[in-house]
Design a protein around this ligand. Structure first.
Ligand code: GLY
Length: 401
């Protein structure tokens, strides 16, 4: 892995475009250099093992948890390696990103949950965007076909979770849809673009529209779970699973909504989607409990604020979405970039960014998986790292313009 570390200094050359403010260039370059070195260490562990390991989070004993291909988080580490390849140009990362993506390729056939969009989009989606490899295209379209099996026409939505096993079977739901599901729609839009089959696009639009109608409160915040009747498509209840309470604002859910509807606007040009993304963003921005550093509490209504855990993953996802929004032809685009910049400055500070070789070689500390399930509390999460790198890449492009 020597070249991965050695190449880090070359990254400094890559992002110093003319006209770019030096402070911004230094920030980007320093973060690329750190990510290159830190992920280089994770790669060293994987390559030394001789197996395909997929770093996900830390276990309670502080060892790294490596997930299998069917875990909803299996695309984030391969995706991070793709993004790091783009940020550095390190050719070794190109072959590793391909290898790690192929290590979880079987996810394209999963039909028992909705997460195939996260999984295949972050891995093969980035791979196809970067290389145009037609083999990756096949994987994307197959994944969209698998996801389509979860479309429930009576309600016009993609069912997120099955209800016949695990803790989901204990909630009395029929057809639960979680706000996270908006993040799977990008795969559907891309699959139509790549295959010419418009059914994926139609499902995505139907899901986005019904979700907008049912899953949001008048203040712009969203519920986590909407349960639909499979008999007549009506809403049976509005719940939470990972938030503090049914009526609270679970922060990562708000982040998924902001990011998800930004993608829907990009892919369809329908303004109602960006209006929703911005309404939810403004809800978070103006929330009385939003901390000064803009890294949200895990739930904005958690009862012990300010003594509650933060969720760096929500912050990174919001920053990445805001960079994209700032490039759209919308009023106030500079304001969105400045907000994202502030998040990134704070995530990259010692308060959230790990020191080299610590934190299980993950980039960011202080995320929350699910407090109600007593799982992954105040830990690194591979999706926090993924959206941090994506935001960094988007910032680099903006600064170089
Ligand atoms: N999609 C699961 C989560 O956000 O934790």
């Amino acid at each position: 892995m020597r070249s991965i570390i050695a190449f880090a200094s070359c990254a400094i050359l890559l992002s110093c475009g003319s006209g770019q403010k030096k402070g911004e260039a230094d920030f980007i370059d320093e973060n690329i250099e750190f990510a290159h070195a830190q992920i280089g260490k994770a790669i060293e562990v994987i390559e030394t093992s001789g197996k395909f390991l997929n770093p996900t989070t830390l276990k309670p004993d502080s060892s790294v948890y490596y997930c299998g291909y069917a875990d909803w988080r299996s695309g984030f580490f391969p995706g991070s390696v793709w993004l790091l390849y783009e940020l550095t140009g390190d050719e070794i990362l190109l072959s590793l990103a391909d290898k790690y993506s192929k290590g979880m390729e079987e996810a394209k056939n999963l039909t028992q949950h909705h997460d195939v969009g996260f999984m295949v989009g972050c891995s093969f989606g980035n791979g196809f965007r970067i290389t145009g490899n037609p083999a990756y295209l096949e994987v994307i379209v197959q994944a969209a076909k698998s996801l389509s099996t979860r479309f429930r026409p009576v309600a016009g939505v993609l069912q997120s979770w099955d209800v016949d096993r695990g803790w989901m079977s204990q909630r009395g739901w029929e057809c639960p849809v979680i706000i996270d599901n908006l993040m799977n729609l990008e795969l559907m839009f891309k699959a139509t673009e790549l295959s010419g089959d418009s059914s994926f696009y139609q499902i995505a639009v139907s899901h986005a529209d019904r979700t907008m109608a049912e899953q949001f409160r008048p203040d712009g915040s969203c519920y986590h779970v909407i349960d639909y009747s499979l008999e007549d498509g009506s809403v049976r209840n509005r719940h939470t699973a990972q938030g503090y309470a049914h009526e609270s604002a679970w922060s990562r859910g708000q982040a998924w909504a902001i990011y998800g509807y930004t993608v829907c606007y990009r892919e369809t040009g329908d303004k109602k989607y960006i209006d929703q993304a911005l309404k939810t963003f403004h809800f978070m921005q103006n929330h009385k409990n939003m901390p000064e550093d803009l890294i949200p509490y895990w739930d904005m209504d958690a009862p012990q604020i300010p003594n509650e855990f933060r969720d760096a993953s929500a912050a990174a996802c919001i920053a990445s979405a805001l960079y994209e929004i700032s490039t759209m032809d919308l009023p106030g685009s500079q304001e969105y970039k400045e907000y994202a910049d502030k998040i990134m400055t704070n995530l990259a500070s010692p308060a959230y960014r790990a020191s080299l070789g610590t934190n299980g070689n993950f980039l960011l500390m202080h995320s929350v998986g699910s407090i109600p399930h007593n799982a992954e509390i105040d830990v690194p999460l591979n999706y926090a790292d993924y959206y941090f790198l994506e935001a960094l890449k988007r910032k680099q492009i903006i600064e170089n313009q």
